[in-house]
Ligand binder design. Structure first.
Ligand code: SF4
Ligand code: SF4
Length: 58
């Protein structure tokens, strides 16, 4: 399973975007939250570790 973002926790800080080695995460406008491209994510877990509000799960 690819990483998933819990929308109500994400503050759109961008930490996961700059951490993902595959550029699989983008911050959207509507909603202004991070989202993961499931087809690109390699499940490395880096975004899970870096998220300051624990909004990402694998
Ligand atoms: S688990 Fe790894 S590859 Fe997948 S979105 Fe997070 S940082 Fe990117
Ligand atoms: S690191 Fe966490 S809070 Fe920041 S944009 Fe990513 S999912 Fe949202």
């Amino acid at each position: 399973m690819a990483a998933t973002v819990e929308m109500n926790k994400c503050t759109a800080c961008g930490e996961c975007v700059s951490t993902c080695p595959l550029d699989a995460i983008v911050i959207g406008n509507e909603p202004n939250k991070a989202s993961v491209d499931a087809g690109t994510c390699c499940e490395c877990g880096a975004c899970v570790d870096v998220c300051p509000v624990s909004a990402i799960e694998l």
